[in-house]
Design a protein around this ligand. Structure first.
Ligand code: NDP
Length: 245
């Protein structure tokens, strides 16, 4: 069996960019579709162009049984040599917490934080069994500085930092690193749909670098974490300097 990688929520955006780059590097990949099978098939096709095996699998990360089923599908079809797991699936529902329907903030928490915990519960032991590998979680700078009108998302992404530190301690003895990439604004189709030109100009003003974030910067952060065996439990902000600590 050859080496393989799993990225969740990879039918579009950052997840797709990470997956296609892993395929370019020769990893077999599992493509986790959620709302659009057609987009997932497109990602499979792009990965196959690099001569790797790419398989499509439906999974809603909010559902523990589906995450467990995705693990079983992976073990059956790719074997035990999982090298990289990237928890990328995420979403937000805008609204002030004090005005929001609890069903909305629960959806955000269940996707962005509980979904990540389900994935850690199921896939981290596979990496630990291999005594190597990388568990990477895509968080957000919103986990450090919650944005007004997006409180639940900030809470969930702050939780990701705790998950990263806790899981890093659990997996350290097995030589597996666990890190959180916290992007600032990244111009994916989904984020661009929410941000008009004025908002983008404001985001640029908040940064010290005069450029807009693109998926390749997150790909580059993933590759750094893949290469480095001595970085674990960290949050790596990729945000043009809009927030520093
Ligand atoms: P996209 O909406 O393009 O991608 C998110 C992916 O997650 C989609 O493929 C989506 O599927 C999938 N997804 C959503 N809910 C679930 C679920 N329950 N189960 C499985 N998959 C699911 O967003 P981005 O690429 O912009 O974001 C990717 C990650 O980066 C997210 O975690 C996001 O929070 C984080 N991030 C993004 C920033 C940005 O500016 N773009 C900034 C900071 C963090 P579908 O499309 O079918 O719903």
């Amino acid at each position: 069996m050859s080496k393989y990688a799993i990225v969740t929520g990879n039918e579009r955006g950052i997840g797709k960019a990470l997956t296609v780059d892993l395929a370019r590097q020769g990893y077999d990949v599992l493509v986790n579709w959620f709302e659009s099978k057609e987009d997932g098939e497109q990602v499979v096709g792009e990965c196959e162009e690099y001569g790797v095996k790419a398989l499509l699998h439906y999974c809603d990360v909010r559902d523990f049984d589906q995450v467990r089923a995705m693990k079983e599908f992976a073990l059956e079809n790719f074997g035990k040599d999982l090298q990289i797991f990237v928890n990328n699936a995420g979403m937000s529902i805008a609204g002030k917490l004090i005005e929001q329907d609890p069903a909305d903030y629960l959806t955000v928490m269940n996707t962005d934080l509980i979904g990540a915990m389900h994935c850690a519960h199921e896939f981290a032991p596979v990496l630990a069994d291999n005594n190597k590998g990388r568990f990477i979680i895509i968080g957000s700078c919103s986990g450090i500085r919650s944005t007004l009108g997006n409180c639940a998302y900030g809470v969930a992404k702050a939780g990701i930092m705790g998950l990263t530190r806790g899981l890093a301690q659990e997996l350290g003895p097995y030589g597996v690193t666990v890190n959180n990439i916290a992007p600032g604004y990244i111009n994916t189709a989904r984020s661009a749909a929410f941000c008009g030109p004025e908002m983008i100009a404001g985001i640029k003003r908040s940064q010290v670098l005069d450029r807009i974030g693109v998926e390749e910067y997150i790909v580059s952060a993933m590759n750094y974490l893949m290469d480095n065996p001595f970085v674990t439990g960290q949050t790596l902000m990729v945000n043009g300097g809009s927030l520093m600590f």
